[in-house]
Structure formats: C-alpha cells, structure tokens
Write a protein of this length. Structure first.
Length: 321
C-alpha cells in the first residue's frame, strides 16, 4: 500500500500528519509514504527527510517528491500515485491526523471486486462554531473526499487520475468520485477508517475569498450535469443573481432619475443580504465581531459569487443554470 500526501508551504502541519501516518497499526513493511511538495520548499523537504531517518529502522519508506509549482493538489496527487509501488493508494491531506488503525481498517474493506474505499472524516468544532467552522465541518458529511480515500492504482490508471483543471482544493475529489460512478466502479465505505481533520483558524472575511471556488462548480457542472444536480445542488442560487442584479441596478436607477426603481432594487438587495446573514447566524457564534463579519460578507457574497460564476462560464464555455 502507498500513502500519498500533497503539501505546499505547511511544514508544521505536515510534520504532525506524518507523525500520525507513521504510527499506523499496519506493519511498517506493508506500506510506504509519498509526500509530494507542490512548490519544492527546502523546509518541507527537511521535514520529510527527518521523518524518513526516524522511521528507517522500522523499514518504513518515506519519500519526498519535488513538484515545481504550484499546480494544485490534484496535480500533486497524480504525481504521487504514479510513483506509488503499492497496488492500493491511500490519500490524505497534510493538515489531517489519521487514527492508528486508518490504513489497516481501510485495507480490510477491499474485496477482489472493490475499486475504491472511503473512510470517515471527523472534524471537531467548538460550540458555538463560527460560520466558517460550521461550513468547513460539512466535509465530514461528504460521500467521497481525498482527505480519506483509498483507490486501486489500476482504476486511477484507467481514469487518468485527478483532473488537473481543478487547481484548488475544491471539487477535484467530486470529479473523481463522479467518474468512478460513471464507469461502474465498486466503492465501499469503511466507517472505522477514521481521519481527524482539525479546522484551521481563518482570517476575517474568509468567505469572500472562498467565492473564487464557484468557478470550479461551473467546471464540475459542465463535466457531470446530472450527478451535479443530484448530489451537489438541485437548483441555481437565483437569490444571488437577484441580489447582484439589484445591487447594480440601484445606482444605475438613481443616475437615470428613477428613485422609485432605485428604492425597490435597493430594498431587494438589503432584504436578501439580511436573509443570508440571519441564515448564517442561526447555528453559529453571536460574538459581536462574528455578527459584524456575517453582515458585511453577506452583502458582498452574492455579487462575488455571480462574478466568479460568470468567469467560470466564460473560461469553461458553459453556464451553471
């Protein structure tokens, strides 16, 4: 078995992850660890080399693979699994902490006809969480995530691995999952193959930067329209389109001397903003700073999301209807 870990610029998190992967209950001689550095940083290489020296007496192979980039985690994973010696490839991320029985339990779920196995993600969140923490914890409910999955190398070769047009850590795992489903691959679930995925601290307004990911929703929709509608989003975010349109229309109406129209469009934008802020605060922290962040970002998320959706539509020549 081979474990592939893509990483970029997070040596401390990688070191913590490697400590967990090196403490597996699976005998050391039965697996190898391949760290693919999407950026080829000296500090990251040093972390891997120290780990390799420490576990060498146990006959556990730990390899560092430089990947001048950045090209994204999909490309890094492809580089890793293609170098893998194992028939089965396990994937996780550099900010995770796999439990000791992770590999052994995941491997046990394979049958001769099994092509892939998904484990369970545990994401501890404080009570009450922030909007970012609550949103991130949704990863634990996903059907197939590369922070905890196992694939036969043969099926990866058949599918060509991950689609490198997904350069961010977003939707590249859904794309692989959908392609596995489309070729009739047998996917098993191993709930006791657990990976703990702590949620990293996020800066103020992180939700605004995350809207860029909408571009890759468009790409995923273009590639897998039926599965996207069935498993990701049944209907478009028309409220975002209305809010963005109202925001643009309000100053235009004022400039054209139509205050009544401006009042109506401004009220629509404010109404959608308030509804979005209330929804995001429903099960999250009510700290004053967090409430302020929710109000401000709720006003800006719809136009930003629409902007990136249009950018994706132009780039990928489709429309997320």
């Amino acid at each position: 078995m081979s474990v592939v870990i893509p990483t970029r610029g997070r040596p401390q998190l990688l070191e913590r992850c490697l400590e967990s992967v090196c403490r597996q209950s699976l005998p050391a001689e039965r697996y190898e660890i391949i760290v693919v550095d999407d950026g080829s940083a000296a500090e990251t290489e040093a972390v891997v080399e120290r780990c390799a020296v420490q576990v060498a007496p146990r006959k556990l192979a730990v390899r560092y693979v430089a990947s001048p980039g950045p090209h994204g985690p999909a490309a890094a994973r492809n580089r890793g699994w293609r170098l893998a010696r194992g028939e089965i490839v396990a994937f996780t991320d550099d900010d995770t902490q796999p439990e000791a029985a992770w590999l052994e339990t995941g491997l046990r779920a394979f049958r001769p006809e099994t092509d892939a196995v998904t484990g369970r993600i545990v994401m501890p969140v404080p009570a009450p969480p922030t909007d970012y923490e609550l949103d991130a914890s949704g990863l634990a409910r996903s059907d197939f995530v590369t922070a905890n999955c196992f694939c036969r190398k043969a099926i990866l070769e058949r599918l060509g691995g991950f689609d490198e047009r997904f350069p961010l850590a977003w939707r590249e795992d859904s794309d692989l999952h959908f392609r596995l489903l489309q070729v009739g691959a047998r996917i098993e679930h191993a709930p006791h193959a657990v990976v703990v995925h702590p949620i990293r601290p996020a800066p103020w307004g992180i939700s605004l930067r995350q809207q860029k990911k909408v571009m890759f929703d468009v790409l995923l929709y273009r590639q897998h329209r039926v599965l996207y509608r069935r498993r990701i989003r049944r209907n478009p975010r028309w409220d975002y389109h209305i809010a963005a349109g109202a925001l643009l229309a309000t100053p235009a109406a004022l400039a054209l001397g139509a205050p009544g129209v401006a009042l109506a469009t401004g009220a629509a934008w404010i109404g959608i903003t308030c509804a979005l802020a209330v929804k995001r605060l429903r099960h999250t922290s009510r700290r004053p700073g967090h409430v302020t962040e929710m109000i401000v970002t709720s006003a800006l998320i719809p136009p930003l999301a629409v902007f990136w959706r249009i950018a994706g539509a132009i780039r990928y020549r489709t429309w997320l209807a």
